[in-house]
Write a protein that binds this ligand. Structure first.
Ligand code: IMP
Length: 424
């Protein structure tokens, strides 16, 4: 039996897409279990670059099936645009894609509400992706959600949609925002429904059967652990559980069936949106790292904030998820820096404090304790063996491994599938 999870150990954008795509080569199933099209994954195949927000990254592999699990919030418009791209590349999705009827739909009013709330927050905005994620999940927990399941019965879907859209339009009106056009939305949804219906199938029995047959299943985490709804410095979170606990609720995996938890760790830190980032750096250094690493949001295009690697936060991520292997990404971006820092702990008012003990106000004030490392000047993007790395680079990796007490599976030094250094 092999059910592995791949999760981002920081604030998202760790480069999970490439890693899932790589490890999915041997997978029978790749499963998304939470979040929506606020996530963005880039896969580079030869000269072509693909961006996916919903469809799991392993979709290009011949024998891999991809599942959108019940914990996901699904925007039908975005899903169909991704299906179009894949089908134009000759991929037969009918044989590959399964969508859980339990997934909740992101509907036009969710997107408008997300925008309206952010605008109303003014300077206190959260910096959401404005994709309707929070409003869709809040409808789910207040029993006002409409699920993929509801698409199967158009009459009842129409009734539910009209009721919900009517209520939401009153809220939009209170915000001074133009209400959504209910009939126009219904016309689009009717067309989208026909496209989606053939892919709807509950995934529980499929995965349960796959586990019994010892098939390989890969769970693709979205975002990062520091954005978990319950374990982040709320409200600077995303609306789903990014911790591996989300696998049980979002995909029906019995917890003891999980073998490996592979954490993806970028060699430095980035964050999009508002909220505390204890190791944030500014100015020329941050700009240089941002440009070299193309640190701009895949979903929104926003420039990402940049910081030194924060091992105090990552130590928490490894512990709460029982991470047993890590993949380090974008190490090549750090080439050419004279000094590189790693945060090994926080101090608040002169006292040691842990990441998990801090709310957002404390995290804004903590002073990172840094360990400084000499940098390396060599371009390492063509290196494929650990022994060929500059000694300063090896030291950086050895320190991370020792500090976290976790094996490094491999290090990624470029966007291409083969730009990796195996560490054994
Ligand atoms: P939402 O998920 O759109 O509601 O946004 C809430 C917060 O999570 C914002 O700070 C977003 O920038 C952040 N966020 C959501 N998804 C991702 C992701 O995949 N990568 C990085 N940040 C994300």
């Amino acid at each position: 039996m092999s059910a592995d999870a791949i999760i981002g150990l920081q604030w998202g954008d760790e480069g999970k897409g490439k890693i899932v795509d790589l490890l999915a080569r041997e997978a029978d199933y790749v499963v998304r279990y939470h979040g929506g099209n606020n996530a963005g994954h880039t896969v580079v195949l030869g000269k072509k670059k693909y961006f996916f927000r919903l469809i799991p990254s392993g979709v290009f592999h011949k024998n891999t099936h991809v599942i959108i699990g019940g914990g996901v919030v699904l925007d039908p418009e975005v899903l169909i645009s991704e299906m179009d791209i894949l089908e134009s590349e000759g991929i037969n999705l009918k044989k590959k894609l399964i969508i859980s009827p339990r997934a909740h739909l992101i509907l036009p009013y969710h997107k408008e509400l997300d925008i309206a709330y952010e605008k109303a927050r003014g300077k206190k905005k959260l910096g959401t992706t404005k994709r309707g994620i929070g409003p869709a999940y809040s409808d789910k927990v207040s029993y006002n959600g409409i699920r993929v399941y509801d698409l199967s019965d158009w009459k009842s879907f129409e009734q539910k949609f009209k009721f919900q859209a009517g209520v939401k339009n009153k809220i939009l009106n209170a915000f001074g925002v133009k209400p959504i056009n209910i009939n126009k939305s219904l016309n689009s949804l009717k067309k989208q429904r026909t496209r989606i219906l053939p892919f709807i199938k509950d995934s529980f029995e499929i995965l349960n059967d796959a586990l019994a047959k010892r098939k390989k299943i890969l769970f693709e985490g979205a975002h990062g652990i520091m954005l978990d709804l319950d374990w982040s410095p709320y409200p600077f979170a995303t609306a789903s559980n990014t911790v591996v606990g989300g696998l049980n609720t979002g995909a029906g995996l019995p917890p003891k069936s999980l073998n490996n938890v592979i954490g993806v760790l970028k060699a430095f830190t980035s964050r999009v949106g508002e909220g505390p980032l204890p190791t944030e750096i500014y100015g020329r250094l941050a700009n240089a790292i941002r440009e070299r690493g193309t640190e701009y949001g895949t979903t929104t295009g926003r420039p990402r904030r940049i910081g030194w690697l924060d091992l105090e936060a990552v130590r928490f991520s490894c512990a709460i998820n029982n991470v047993n292997e890590i993949v380090i990404t974008k190490l090549d971006i750090l080439s050419g820096l004279i000094e590189i820092k790693i945060c090994t702990g926080y101090r608040l008012n002169g006292k040691k404090v842990r990441y998990s003990e801090c709310g957002y106000k404390e995290l804004e004030k903590v002073k990172p304790v840094y360990k400084s490392f000499p940098g390396w000047i060599e371009d390492i993007s063509a290196v494929r063996k650990f022994s060929n790395l500059p000694p300063e680079c090896k030291n950086y990796l050895k320190f991370i491994k020792k500090f976290l007490g976790v094996k490094i599976k491999f290090v990624s030094v470029g966007a291409e599938r083969n730009a990796n250094i195996k560490i054994s």
